[in-house]
Structures are given as C-alpha cells and as structure tokens.
Design a protein around this ligand. Sequence first.
Ligand code: PGA
Length: 258
Amino acid sequence: MRQLAVGTNIKMYLGYRDTVAWMEQLAGTLGGFREVELFAFVPAVCLVDAGRILGGTPVGYGAQNMHWAEAGPYTGELSAGMLKELGCTHVELGHMERRRYFGETDREVNRKLRRALDSGLRAVVCLGEEGRAAETEVRRHLERQLEVVLAGVDPAETGDFLLAYEPAWAIGVDEAASPGYVEEMHAHLRRTVAGLLGQAAAERLKIVYGGSVTPDTAGKLCRLPDVDGLFVGRSALDVERFRGIIEDASHWHNRATD
Ligand code: PGA
C-alpha cells in the first residue's frame, strides 16, 4: 500500500514575514499527522526559517525549483547541495507556472530529477496537459512527458520521488478536474510507467493530483485507487482549511486501502 502524500506549494502568494507566520501555524497544527507524507514548498528566502520551524515536525519542506547542475555560473539559481545544507527533504520540479512563464521543458525537468535523486531530495515532479483536449490526445501527451522526464531513472528509484498530475486548465480556477477524469489519467500514468520501468516500479510510485483542490473535493479524490494524495495551492494558505483537507484525504484513503 502506498502511503498517502499531501503537500502544498504556496508560490509567491505571501511576503516573507507572513510565510514565516504561516509555517509556524503549520508546525503547530499538523504535528499529529505522522502517518501522512506531508511537504510544503516555500519561497527560497524562507528556507532557513523552514529548517528552524518545520525541522523535526512531520512536515517536510523544500524549494519550488532548483538547478540541475551541482554548482556553476547560473545566476539566480539554487543547487541541490544548498537545499540539502538547509535541511530540505523535498524539492518541487516542473510546475506548470515554471513551464508556462519561464519556458522550462521536460528535458530540463529530467536533468533536475536526476540531480534530486543523486542528492537524496524527494522530488515532486509535476506534469500534465496545458489545455483541455480529447482524452486520447491527453493520454499521448502524458506518455511523451513521462518518456522524457523519466529517461535514465532506475526502476528501483520510483519510491524516491513523486509525480504530481496537474492539468494546467484545472490550476487556479474554481473547480478541480472531475474524479472520473483524474482516476483515468492517474491510471494511464501508472500504466505508462509500468511500460517504461516495469510493474513493480509503477506500483511503488506515488502519484498525487493537483489543481484547485478544496476541502470538498479532497475525500472524493483520495478514495480513487490510483490517487495517492494531493498537491494543494490556494486552499493551503488557510492552515485550518489545509488541515481539513489532510484529515479528509486520510480518512478516505484509509477506507479505500483497507
Ligand atoms: P491551486 O494550485 O490549488 O491554487 O489550483 C495548485 C497548484 O498549482 O499546484
């Protein structure tokens, strides 16, 4: 059974001080969820504070992006080594906004994933289609993304990172993708990983869903067999709301896997 994973990316929504206050609330509120893999991606300027506040709690933390190189002339970038020095457990790679606004490609995400695996950071690798399209087209798009993003990954490594399926059209809107659609795409992602790396590797891999998750949808999504958790944006800015999502996700995930 794959352990439930619930994480959040708070993007650039809050200032420095408000992010620190948010992390303090998170640490105070989520201390009890030892059975869930929890993680929070915060702005890089808050990572030192994250170590002080979230280190030793069940909430893993990390940066919203990093470079693939170990070190070098890469202005404005962060290395895996720096993140490790700050105690980061996780790193977010290939988010839709990185792709849309900064031109990040699957090939770059693949190189970053390699660096994360070699550095002992648990990557949350985001992928998904940009716009709504026919399901056969979406399936083909996901296959192509996986082929590039997972190139060179060893089957034994699929327990060391997560995939986040995030259809771009469902991010930052009113409603998440429907549970039927999400299950269909998660199952397809898992089948594709099985084709690339083998069945056992695919069974080990956690695939979480992201895109307008709310307390209303969390349970409905987490009772689906191929949904191993959630990646939450706006709904996690209110820590109590986020706690409600984790509680519901946990309840329904446990029922589905009993
Ligand atoms: P949202 O963001 O929950 O605010 O739609 C999700 C994401 O970008 O991962």
